[in-house]
Design a protein around this ligand. Sequence first.
Ligand SMILES: [Zn+2]
Ligand SMILES: [Zn+2]
Ligand SMILES: [Zn+2]
Length: 288
Amino acid sequence: MASKFADMLIDLLLKKGVKEIEPKLDYDYGVSYYESLGISRDDFPNLNDILIELERKGILKGTKVGTIPTCPNCGSHKLILRLLCPICDSPNIRRVEAIHHISCNFTAPSDMFSSGEILRCPNCGKPLRAIGVDYNKYQNVIYCENCKRVSISPKLIFICSDCGESMSEGELDLKPLLRYEVIEERLLKPSLERAISEGLERRGVEVKHPSEAIGASGLTQRFSLSVKGGDSERFIDIVESSEGVGEEKVLALFGKLFDISAKGGVLVAIPRATQEAKTLAKSLNIEI
Ligand SMILES: [Zn+2]
Ligand SMILES: [Zn+2]
Ligand SMILES: [Zn+2]
């Protein structure tokens, strides 16, 4: 049974003629589809769950367009990045320009080489001559205040702000980020089923939606809906096919009706039934 919010969303997709639902990365919720749909969290508190429900029903088709890194321990996407010295793991680092003195193989921040007008190596005491000859310069490298060593890049550590776990980049879970495509012909059916059953109910007809009955075969036969009038019950199937609903749907309904010994039934075809289906239905006492 569709949830109330799923029904509301189906109506909204139909009304707005939505074709695609785009994801947006969101600090609070990880991924948000509210912006794409132009709706608010108050109207649809669990939108992500509703979208998953509609995808399961084939009304939406999800395509992976990216990933959201999440905590492998609790699933949270609220990760705080920390940069550490890759040699001693100290967080006490800074970004510097560094000089590598080739002759004595010493590397340190450039400001430690300054000595008046000239550059002098603080390790061996020799003056530096020319870049590329006896020394090299590196931009944006990491200097550790703790172990006094220079590294090309820091070690990345992620701390989960929900459970406190810390992890390396390689330990993060990568959740798929989905864009949803609306399958229009699938969208029509549930809203039509609802509209028909609500319309009938308003006229005081007793409607079951969905409806099922146990047949002579012992199988449970399922129908989109059924209406009760007096002591007889009429079974209605709603089927959709972009090429036109064909004879096989008429036969399927007939088979089910026969099994439960119903007098006749109604097939609602979206957007229409083929001529062959109509002819067959007539001979089987099925209304289209
Ligand atoms: Zn966590
Ligand atoms: Zn030196
Ligand atoms: Zn260090």
